[in-house]
Ligand binder design. Structure first.
Ligand code: ATP
Length: 257
């Protein structure tokens, strides 16, 4: 793994399908080091399948996917593990282990991927929990005892446990009230600035695009039809983009930005 590429993710001519059903065709997308990219598209347009393909959880049927400069399909087991260590993922439901407390959840990647002492792991987990704005009183709570926003924060702390360079977020503000969502957006932006993270963020939330993203990639017609800063996308004449940005919710988000 060279890590020399200025692109953290490079997808070229991607084809993915489930049986006869083609999800992506000729899809190109890049994510530069330090870039915060929003990925939007209609329901079923293939955003999650794209995330899974970049992570190597789904095999591409054609084209190439490079992660940290390395073709995902040619990675050895060790290279996969290394790419996994360099990437943090916050899945849509937070995906916390329900039987474990917050601190145990955040410690689990450190236990799995490092040989650090128990005390060091505990200190690092506490640091990550504080970083996402959760207090020490949360340490011993189980996921069922957390609010939706706290679950997301705990999931984010776990995604950050191994100091990743790249963060994948699948609809991070889904299910949060507008105030909670705005606070979470601010947290993501602050973390990306402070930790120089590259972020691949699937979202339906227009406010997040304005608040957090450097660029937005639009999935439609099985490919990325545009990638640009959100203010430029507003001017696109692609029908889906027009409807998305220039509908009433889009206008409200643009006014608020
Ligand atoms: N394991 C699977 N087997 C068969 N089809 C699948 C599978 N996973 C996803 N699909 C199909 O792939 C298409 C894209 O799904 P995906 O979950 O990526 O959409 P999405 O853009 O993330 O949608 P949403 O915004 O609703 O979450 C959908 O039509 C879905 O039915």
């Amino acid at each position: 793994m060279t890590g020399r590429s200025e692109f953290v993710i490079e997808v070229e001519g991607l084809l993915t399908a489930f049986g006869d059903r083609v999800i992506h065709q000729d899809l190109d997308l890049t994510l530069e080091r330090g870039e915060v990219l929003g990925v939007v598209g209609g329901s079923g347009s293939g955003k999650t399948v794209l995330l899974n393909t970049v992570l190597g959880l789904k095999t591409a049927d054609g084209g190439t996917v490079r992660l940290f400069g390395k073709d995902v399909s040619e990675m050895t087991k060790e290279e996969h593990a290394e790419a996994e260590r360099r990437s943090g993922v916050l899945f849509q439901q937070g995906a916390l282990f329900s039987a474990l407390t917050v601190i145990e959840n955040v410690s689990s990647p450190l236990i799995e991927h490092t040989r650090l002492s128990r005390d060091t792991i505990r200190e690092l987990a506490e640091l990550k929990i504080a970083m996402v704005g959760l207090g020490p009183e949360s340490h011993h709570l189980k996921p069922a005892e957390l609010s939706g926003g706290m679950k997301k924060r705990a999931g984010l702390a776990r995604a950050l446990a191994l100091d990743p360079e790249l963060l994948f977020l699948d609809e991070p503000t889904a299910g949060l009230d507008p105030i909670g969502a705005a606070a979470f957006d601010e947290l993501i932006r602050t973390l990306s600035d402070d930790l120089h993270l590259s972020i691949f963020m699937i979202t339906h939330d227009l406010d997040s695009l304005y608040a957090v993203c450097d660029n937005v990639a639009v999935l439609a017609d099985k490919k990325v039809v545009e990638k640009a800063p959100v203010q430029e996308l507003e001017k696109s004449d692609h029908p889906w983009i027009q409807e998305y940005f220039l509908g009433p919710r889009g206008r409200a988000a643009a006014r608020a930005a």
